[in-house]
Design a binder for this molecule. Structure first.
Ligand code: ADP
Length: 890
């Protein structure tokens, strides 16, 4: 057996090998050591190899999914090796022969399909990245749990943004790219961000562009890919690598992949990784969903709906007509409140059909997956009826068309066959409804009846022998047998009863076991009936799976339609409850928002019972007689609401272009093709760059890439360096944004000097957050008004934050001095004659430290007057005075 293990392991060196032995998956050698540490399970040993013990650990089959989940989560890959024949078969070949086994599947982060391993609300993308000689990149990404398959192209500048948009769980890359000086660090960075992407390096040959089209055509069984659309060479190369990897990991099973769909880069708003992270679209900067945009807006009731909504927020559209189609559906479902409620109730019962379908197609599904398809079909029929309206907008009628196109026969077939309550595993049987097949009912009847016969037999044996404790039991080795306590066993062994009726099989501690001719006969009958019943059920199962899989295409279209309806209804629900409005999105350069709110902050304030959110306007569009958008400089104290204001305007653009209503009283925007948001400077030490360096790299990207359709939101650029440096950089950046990029821009800063630019550049305006001073404290009104802040209120904010009073007082004195003389001389000169800071004693409240006896001793010592001996003594005394704790902390 070990020989077989070693051979299979050698073929899968980069995976942990789950080696099936009976009801366990066992691991050996280093795999066992790695897994026992990772899973916290006991490491044992089994036999010897080259004279050493072989380490071993194992997980039971029924809990294997949980362990797999943990291992995959930790970035491991697992090769699942199954027994390919019944052990009884192997025995027939000879007592020593080994059960045939082989790897049936490689489990990797990007290729999982199990419900327990997947996140219901998130796609599970496996992506492949290819690079051509001309420097262009191709991306392909597949979710084998639903069959979705997309491809796109990217250039070096846009690659990071695309990868952060897709967020693959696993990324296949040519190994040469990992060694690349620029790309290597970018790719490796994906492994440590949240959520992490597992990198799988593949040899160059996997990405061979010359054969890619043929390999793809072969996978789909078509002569040419022309029917799928036109793809670039880079895209084909990535797509072929991804498909080959799916084939390699699924070992022959074929997930029902959609035809690859090309996503033109220009069809979606370009949002780079830094912007996504700063706007906290799908998760906060600390990696949690709570507090993110999606958490605040997600009202979907299905997993597929949640996935689609996340995808739409990650990839807002740029075509106003496509956006309008989505908005029409939302508008209709707002107007049709009752219909919406009915729909959402139906949807809530609809299971994840796409994922169930994939499992069934991969031969990994169970009766509950069939049940899911059946329930999905039933829900689809009801939903189709509910949205059957003449006035329904295009998105809804298209969805309805996909729902009514479902084959009715399939729905009926499943409903007729499946029992009401379904087991998890098909091998447990019992999922075919009684009355469906006569032969099955007959076999089950025989099986169940025989069990009653056994019960009767036990009664009659007990009576016949007079042994009340006599039992008929079953185990895997003996089958059915009679068991009596030891004392009574003697009686049965004695003739005449024992000689021909009760045949001795085993003597145990305290019990004796027998068989009888009747039992042996029944045994065969029961086993036969149960086996026959299960065999019939399994063949029924296979038939249903085949019927379901052959309807893959309409089923997938219907699943997508259900998700789209769920999203539209959820956005309608959100708009109504949160009083959002329909944005007007067109091809202009407008950006006019009246009464805009930040959805996440607004809901958080409400939850906390705080004062309601203060709505604010924005207007970044060209003013009359202007050809380009404006740049608004926002000044005001920290905590005044600048960042909130900046982000809320970016979020309105994202929501609007994703096809959602927006948190504003009114919104009119011309499509944003690229969005940049930099809020605060975050350290990126993992990639070895200082805060300031990161800030400048990001600013450079904006100044190089933003165009007139872009929206740029910059907060505190230039803060990470000396004042004059920072001010100068910010100044120059504004001039560049205004004159060269000419994009719509919000620029928050604490450099008041910048507000002077409003008088010098035509399309620059100032805005500030309103504050009220009250008894020396500052009260934030969170209202954005035209004009520049009169001062920064930093000291008042510091006071609110609890800086000690003497520090606040001193800061005020320094500020007064700077302000009185700063205008004429340099700050250094101004501070030269400022009296020195008289450090005040700490307030008594901060519990005075007890006098240190060691210090007192030290004061007494005069080093010049010490003999060597006395010095040593002094040292011992000092040490003793410090007490034992000094040793503990060493
Ligand atoms: P700044 O960027 O000026 O330092 P923030 O935007 O971080 O200020 O806002 C500070 C806090 O003020 C936020 O956490 C929020 O609780 C509150 N806040 C901001 N804007 C508003 C608003 N428009 N209405 C109500 N509260 C707000």
């Amino acid at each position: 057996m070990m020989e077989q293990y070693i051979e299979i392991k050698a073929a899968n060196p980069d995976c942990l090998l789950f080696y099936r032995m009976g009801d366990f998956y066992e691991m050996f050698f280093t795999d066992a050591e790695v897994a026992s540490r990772a899973l916290g399970i006991a490491l044992t040993k089994r036999g010897k190899h080259l004279g050493d013990d072989i380490p071993m650990c194992g997980v039971p089959i029924h809990a294997a999914d949980d362990y797999l989940q943990k291992l995959i989560g930790l970035g491991h890959r697992v090769a699942v090796c199954e027994q390919l024949e019944d052990p009884a078969e192997a025995k027939k070949r000879g007592a020593k022969s080994v059960v045939r086994r082989d790897v049936v599947r490689l489990v990797t982060p990007g290729t999982i399909t199990e419900e327990r391993l997947l996140d219901a609300g998130r796609p599970n993308w496996l992506a492949a990245l290819s690079k051509l000689g001309d420097g262009s990149f191709g991306l392909a990404w597949i979710d084998i749990s639903t069959g979705a398959f997309r491809v796109s192209e990217a250039d070096a500048a846009g690659l990071g943004g695309e990868l952060s948009r897709i967020e693959p769980r696993e990324l296949l890359v040519p190994d040469s790219l990992l060694a690349d000086a620029v790309l290597g660090p970018l790719l490796r960075g994906l492994e440590t961000r949240a959520p992490p992407t597992a990198l799988t390096p593949l040899p160059r040959a996997s990405f061979d562009g010359a054969t890619a089209a043929d390999r793809l055509a072969h996978f789909y069984g078509v002569a040419t890919l022309d029917g799928f659309g036109a793809f670039s060479r880079a895209e084909l190369s990535a797509a072929a690598a991804a498909v080959a990897y799916v084939e390699r990991t699924q070992l022959g099973s074929r997930p029902p992949l959609d035809a690859p769909r090309r996503e033109a880069v220009s069809a979606t708003m370009a949002i780079d990784a830094a912007t996504r992270s700063s706007l906290e679209l799908l998760r906060t900067q600390s990696g949690e969903r709570a507090g993110s945009l999606i958490a605040a807006v997600d009202r979907t009731v299905t997993g597929a709906g949640a996935r689609l909504l996340a995808e739409r927020l990650s990839s807002p559209l740029t075509d106003p007509d496509a956006i309008a189609r989505r908005l029409d559906a939302v508008a209709w479902l707002i107007a049709e409140g009752d219909r919406r409620d009915a729909l959402r109730a139906d949807l809530a019962r609809a299971p994840d059909v796409a994922r169930a379908l994939s499992r069934l197609a991969l031969d990994r599904g169970g009766p509950r997956d069939l049940g899911a398809v059946a329930a999905g079909l039933a829900a689809a029929a009801e939903i189709a009826a509910t949205i059957d309206a003449e006035a329904a907008p295009a998105e809804i009628t298209t969805a309805r068309a996909a729902l009514v196109a479902l084959p009715e026969t399939l729905s009926a077939a499943l409903a007729d066959v499946l029992a009401d309550s379904l087991p998890h595993l098909k091998r447990d049987g019992g999922f075919v409804r009684a009355g469906h097949r006569d032969d099955l009912d007959e076999a089950r009847g025989l099986r169940d009846e025989s069990r009653q016969v056994i019960a009767r037999l036990q009664g009659s044996y007990a009576e016949e022998t007079g042994i009340r404790a006599l039992k008929i039991r079953h185990n895997a080795v003996l089958g059915w047998f009679v068991e009596t306590p030891q004392a009574h066993g003697e009686k049965l062994l004695a003739a005449p009863l024992g000689s021909h009726r009760f045949v001795h099989r085993q003597t145990m501690a305290g019990a004796v076991r027998f068989t009888t001719p009747e039992l042996a006969e029944l045994e065969a009958k029961i086993a036969g009936a149960a086996e026959r019943a299960l065999a019939i059920e399994l063949s029924v199962f296979d038939g249903l799976v085949a019927a379901v899989v052959s309807a893959s295409d309409p089923l997938k279209r219907a699943a997508a339609a259900l998700a789209a309806v769920d999203v539209a209804a959820a956005l309608a629900e959100l708009a109504e409850r949160e009083r959002w409005t329909r944005p007007a999105v067109d091809r202009s350069l407008a950006f006019r928002i009246v009464g805009g709110r930040h959805p996440v902050v607004e809901q958080a304030l409400r939850r906390e019972g705080a004062d309601p959110f203060v709505a604010n306007d924005a207007d970044l569009g060209p003013q009359p007689a202007e050809a380009h958008g404006r740049l608004v400089i926002v000044t005001g104290p920290n905590m005044g609401g600048k960042s909130t204001y900046l982000r809320q305007n970016a979020l309105v653009a994202i929501l609007a272009q994703a096809g959602s209503y927006v948190p504003a009283a009114q919104a009119h925007l011309g499509v944003v093709d690229r969005l940049f948001s930099r809020v605060g400077a975050a350290d990126d030490l993992a990639r070895g760059r200082s805060t300031f360096m990161v800030e400048m790299v990001e600013t450079a990207a904006i100044l190089n890439l933003a165009g007139e359709r872009s929206l740029v939101v910059l907060d505190e650029i230039g803060r990470g360096t000396a004042t004059y440096d920072g001010l100068s950089i910010a100044w120059a950046a504004i001039e560049h944004l205004h004159g060269t990029n000419r994009c719509r821009t919000l620029f928050a800063t604490h450099y008041h000097e910048l507000t002077a630019l409003a008088g010098r550049l035509p399309r620059v305006a100032n805005a500030t957050v309103k504050v009220k001073e009250w008894k020396g404290d500052v009260v934030f009104l969170h209202e954005i008004v035209p004009g520049a802040a009169d001062r920064s209120y930093g000291i008042q904010v510091a006071r609110l934050a609890g800086l000690p009073a003497p520090v606040i007082a001193r800061a005020k004195a320094v500020l007064a001095k700077l302000e009185s003389t700063g205008r004429t001389g340099t700050p250094a000169a101004a501070l030269e004659d400022l009296p020195l800071f008289a450090a005040p004693a700490r307030p008594a409240a901060a519990a005075p430290a007890p006098p240190d006896p060691a210090l007192a001793l030290l004061d007494e010592i005069d080093p010049d007057a010490l003999t060597p001996r006395a010095a040593l003594d002094a040292l011992y005394r000092l040490k003793a005075a410090r007490g034992p704790s000094a040793d503990d902390t060493r």
